[in-house]
Each structure stands twice: as structure tokens, then as C-alpha cells.
Ligand binder design. Sequence first.
Ligand code: ASP
Length: 496
Amino acid sequence: MRGGRIGYILLAQMPTPQETTGAIARTYIKDLKDHIGQEVQIKGWVDVRRDQGKMIFFDFRDVSGKVQGVILPNTKNASGVSAHEVGSKVRSEWVVAVKGKVNQRPERAIQKDKQNGNIELEILEMTVLNEAETPPFDISGDGKEIGEDVRLKYRYIDLRRERMQKNVINRHKALQYISQFYTGEGFFEIETPNMTKSTPEGSRDFIVPSRLDQGKFYALPQSPQQYKQLLMASGFERYFQIARCFRDEDTRGDRQPEFTQVDIEMSFVVQEDVMAVNEKLLIGLVKELYPEKKIQQLPFPRFSYKEVMEKYGNDKPDIRTDKNDPSLLAFCWVIDFPFFEKIDSDSSGQAGWTFTHNPFSATKPEFIPDLLAKKNIGDIMAAQYDIVLNGYEIGGGGIRNHTPEALKKVFEIMGYATERIEKNFGHMLKALASGTPPHGGLAFGFDRLMMLLQNEPNIREVIPFAKTGEGKDLMMDSPSEVSLDQLRELGIKLSK
Ligand code: ASP
């Protein structure tokens, strides 16, 4: 994926640095090709050093790319220090400022497919800005052969490798594209709290103890679901947010306790409207940032839940016609999900119903009478849609219940007592009774989407500071103990 809009950090927008050292401004390595025959200064890292005695060769690296440099015999700087002396001392990953002359390479030495393959920096003066201990691993390759724990422990070094730089920078570009897209479609980016109250998304909450109100806890949001619906009650009509979500799930290789959703909600819409705007987003994103990739079928094919289960045996089918082609993107929608599923027994030993996706979803319009009458529960279908890419669920959403009666019925069918409904969802019922328009939305699992677009095998490769599959941050060493004083302030005593 070298070159093109998402090639190795093509920073077309990057301004020329203003800061200077002495008389010569810093030049980004990507711009050296425009300075052939001139004296320039670069700043960056020693990527590789090859000492050949009389001459020392280097690859230098900055955020914009790499270039080869050479110290020719008998090069001295202005104050008479030999460039050789400095050059033979520096090692990989040292940070240096280098003054030199950009020379065209002779024809036979040109490396056509390499960035700056036609030039070489003749080093006149080298200054060490910072030394580096020997790195714990090699960063020149893609790193997949290195144990992941050590990569995560020294993540700031691991992120220097070209593959990880690409992943992080393309993540940035995708976020920029998404923000601009929704803004262009009349959405407002609105932030919602991270210290909140439990939202049932079918997972366990992370909780945060309150010091001021001892014995009480905030919950970190599993998603901004309730807030975004409340924003519809507030009249913003179209909302989006790049939202961090927190779910305390059991260890599973490809899960992260915190992850990023692209979260949206829209008022006065039906299912088709939400699907259309988000299909347009995905098509545009691929076209703009991944022009080398091919979307298998347009418009995205749609399957009912029943159909996929019969045909593929799961609800996130991989419908690629060629599974060996890394540039093939096979999107599809899965719709017409059952709203409720039977649970044998809950913690109280009672059999009953639970939601398949989201308790706030509406039924498909034709099932409203059944919902209100709590009839034929197993047959009720939700106005719910999932978006699948190459066998991964990358998003999902629904049209919501916008009347308090309908939402209340959902909780009643799930066996919640009136007091529990009031206590946990009273604010939602009140909001729906305050003049809330019909609304619906969707959320993308952004890490998963980036994983697939970047052809990575798991989401940790596209999350700059990822945790292990067991939820540990090996670099920060977290989770970790806190002091007894901190616990005392919170009124918390640990049982052994
Ligand atoms: N909040 C839902 C989720 O996180 C997505 C949605 O319905 O908008 O799965």
C-alpha cells in the first residue's frame, strides 16, 4: 500500500516547519527530492547504520519517510569535528539532526520503487539530540514475528514501525473522513458523558466509585445509547460521535475492554433512511481512502436473519466470492431480527425473555399491536439492522421505540417489575413522554472496521495503545493496586 493517498504517510498537507536551527530550516524527509543540489537539515531517527570503514551509511527516518545518508571520508563540520567521529558513535533509534547536501544518485544506484530511491544525503554535520538504549526488538519489519506482549509493553517503540505508523495515521484519516461526511449530511458532533449510569447493552459495566457520595457508583457507558436518544428528545435531529465504549466482558482474544464506536442517531427517519446514509458513508470512505479496494456488490445485498441462518448458519456471513483477495470488501446488511429470545432461566431461576440486540429498539411497524398486547412474543421482529463486512459484524442499529408505552412493554416482557423500570429507565420514559420524535440510529465498531480496511488480523493492531486479550495494559502496568488512602477516601474495604 505504498504510495497513493494512504501510502506511507503521504503528508501533503504538512506545512514546512518554521522552526530553525542555526540558519537552515528543517526539511521533512519526504520533501528532500525537491532540494537536489541544495544543503538542507533533517531531523529524525537513525533507522539503520552500516559502517563500512571509510564510509558510513545510514537510513534516516522521520514521520514523513526514509532517506539514505552517507558520510564520505574526511568530512568535518565548521568547528572541525569529524562527521565520522559522531557517525561511528550513533546507533539505531538515536535521534539526530543532520546537515547535508542532497545528491542525485548515479543511474546504477537508483532504487526505483523506494521512497527517495533516486537521492542520497551527503552528510556534512551530525548532531545527537538524544541517545537511545538498544531497542527490545527490531522495528524494521512488520513485527508479526515478535511476541505481542513485548510489543505491547514497549508500544511507543513498536509504533515506530512502518506498518503501525500506517495503521495509526490511516485511522486518523478515516476519522477525519467520517466527521466530515456526517457534518456534510447535517449531523452535529455532540459529546456525551463517560461517567454515567448503567446502560443495558447486554454486557457487564465497568463501575467507578464516587468519593463524594460514598457507596454509590458511576458506570462507564457500554455505548452512548440513552444519551443519543435523549439528544433526539432535545431536538438536535442528527447526532454523531466518535465514542469510547466500555464493556467488561470475559476474556476473548479479539475484544478490548474499551473500544471506539462511530455512533449516530437521526430523527424523523425510518429504517431505510438510516441504512442509506451509512451505506453512502462506507462507499465514500472506501473510494476516497482505499481506492485500490473493490466493493463486491452495490448496493449492499440484504439478507433476513432467517435467510442467513439457513444459508450460512450464522448472522455475520462472509459472502466474499474470493476469500484470497485481500482487496475485496463484501458488505451486506442483515435485517428482520427477532426482537426477543427465550432465556431458560435468569439469575433468579426464572425463565423468560431477553432482547436480541437492544432494549430500546422498536418492533417493525406491523408488530406494534402484538408488542402492546404482549402477544406472539417469539414472532415479534425488531426494526434492527446489522452491517457485516467479510464475515465480521462491523455495526448495527435500529429504529427506537419513541412512545413510553411501547418501551415499557419491552421491559415488562423481559420480566422487569414496575419499580425497577421506573428506577432504571424512568428518565427515558419521561423523555419519550415529553415530545420525542420518531428516531433511530446505528453504531459502527470502528476498530473492527479499521482492522479489515488495513488487512490486519486483530483489532489490537489498529489501536495505538491496546490492551492484551486479558484486558491488561502491559506498558502502564494496569490494572494496578491503589493506595489504602485512596480506598479509605472512597469508603472501600477490600475483602481478601
Ligand atoms: N448502541 C448500540 C450498540 O452499541 C448500537 C445502536 O443501536 O445504535 O450496539
